[in-house]
Design a protein around this ligand. Structure first.
Ligand code: ATP
Ligand code: MG
Length: 420
């Protein structure tokens, strides 16, 4: 579980702001749900025999003896909230959420025990058009963030639950007779969650799967058509994808469309965004049958990718425009007044030097603040009704400006790039 410190937070804010803007472009509304839920909710949605529920959840009893769990993902909570407040009754919904999620996994680069997701869920729409729109929205986001060349879309259909069940039976009987060639994880999954074996990272298992029955032969007509139409919509919109017949998800509720955006720039933890269709989940949690599709992206992994690609513009890290110094006690009042008026009139981010010290050490702090301008008021400036302006990031000559109209004069100079 990590702390987020000031050198990192601008990257997070850059990402979060872009994501919010894109979500709003597509008409998504935010929901905020509690960080804890009844344990039962996750067991019933994610699935009893998934890794998340079996091994990764932070579960505890509260003082009433109720079993609660720190949420390991956001979809279940979102469905619970939407259902509980009647949002799904005879209407479509486009919802998004963000926040910390908790999974007791082995920590490594891109994998943490408290991590953050931003997710979106679209309810009440059956056809492939909304699947396509959801994917288009993520593609736009990568463009906005400037990381589109580093991510690739993988696509698959998990078809109907009947198709999956029929395939599962065939797959298990094929693998049962070749157990000795399976890696340990896959061997365990053979009993519990055989579809997950398809995305085993073990080379031996992958080779074994080459001879296994193909899921393609089990896909039902309706799912096949849905998938074809989705591909056509993506083709028409110019979104490139790779069909990966072995793409499965670690959560039981997915059917039909599944997708992942993956990058090779982060090593093993390359999935930055994952999602798909889960038409059965609302009903499974006690609601009326409601088709749904959604995704979640891993914020830490996207932050790593933004940094890896140097995609965060300098302006996003620029927290302070102006560092303001009143030299000596006599000049505290005018300098504080000037700081306030720059904030009010010019909307500038002003860091006022507080706590005195020598002029030299104050100028050092001005430089370290990252500000483009240092302003100072000494007795001379005060008596003349002026302020001294030093350009910290350029060779521009230091100058004295009158305090009247100072906001406008400084804005103009910054706009002209005098501060760069
Ligand atoms: P993975 O195969 O990487 O474990 P998953 O299938 O468990 O992913 P999802 O539950 O679909 O992941 O979560 C969606 C996204 O959230 C992932 O693609 C990833 O970007 C991010 N994510 C999942 N688990 C973690 C974690 N422990 N730490 C950081 N990010 C995570
Ligand atoms: Mg996982």
């Amino acid at each position: 579980m990590n702390d987020l410190l000031p050198d990192q937070s601008p990257v997070w804010q850059f990402l979060e702001t872009k994501v919010k803007t894109v979500l709003q472009r597509y008409g998504y509304a935010e929901v905020r749900t509690p960080i804890v839920e009844q344990t039962e909710l996750f067991k019933r949605s994610i699935g009893e025999v998934t890794d998340i529920v079996e091994k990764e959840m932070y579960t505890f009893e509260d003082r009433n003896g109720d079993s609660l769990t720190l949420r390991p993902e956001g979809t279940a909570s979102c469905v619970r909230a939407a259902e509980q407040h009647g949002l799904l009754y005879n209407q479509v919904q486009r919802l998004w959420y963000t926040g910390p999620m908790f999974r007791h996994e082995r920590p490594q680069k891109g994998r943490y025990r408290q991590f953050h997701q931003i997710g979106a869920e679209a309810f009440g729409m059956l056809g492939p058009d909304i699947d396509a729109e959801v994917i288009l929205m993520t593609a736009r986001l990568w463009r906005e963030l400037g990381i589109e060349s580093a991510v690739e879309l993988q696509l698959n259909t998990l078809a109907s639950s009947e198709a999956r069940a029929a395939f599962k039976a065939e797959l298990v009987s094929y693998l049962e007779s070749r157990k000795d060639q399976l890696d340990a994880d896959s061997l365990r999954r053979l009993e519990t969650n055989p579809l997950r074996i398809l995305d085993s990272k073990d080379a031996g298992t992958q080779a074994l799967l080459d001879g296994a029955p193909s899921f393609n032969d089990f896909i039902d007509e309706e799912s096949r058509l849905h998938f074809e139409q989705l591909c056509q919509l993506l083709d028409a919109a110019g979104v490139k994808y790779q069909i990966n017949p072995r793409l499965v998800r670690g959560l039981d509720y997915y059917g039909k469309t599944v997708f992942e955006w993956v990058t090779t720039a982060l090593g093993a933890q390359g999935t930055v965004c994952a999602g798909g269709r889960y038409d059965g989940l609302v009903e499974q949690l006690g609601g009326r049958h409601t088709p749904a599709v959604g995704f979640a992206m891993g914020v830490e992994r996207l932050v790593l990718l933004l940094e890896e690609l140097n995609a965060v513009p300098d302006a996003a890290r620029q927290l302070v425009d102006v560092y303001l110094i009143g030299i000596g006690d006599d000049n505290l009042v005018p300098s504080m007044a000037l700081a306030e008026s720059l904030r009010t009139e010019a909307g500038m981010n002003v860091q006022l030097h507080c706590g005195g010290g020598s002029f030299k050490s104050q100028m050092k702090k001005a430089d370290r603040s990252g500000a483009r301008l240092a302003l100072f008021i000494g007795s001379e400036e005060r008596e003349a009704g002026e302020v001294s302006v030093k350009y910290l990031r350029s060779g521009a000559e230091q100058e004295r400006l009158p305090l009247t109209n100072i906001s406008m004069a400084l804005s103009e100079r910054l706009n002209k790039g005098l501060g760069e």
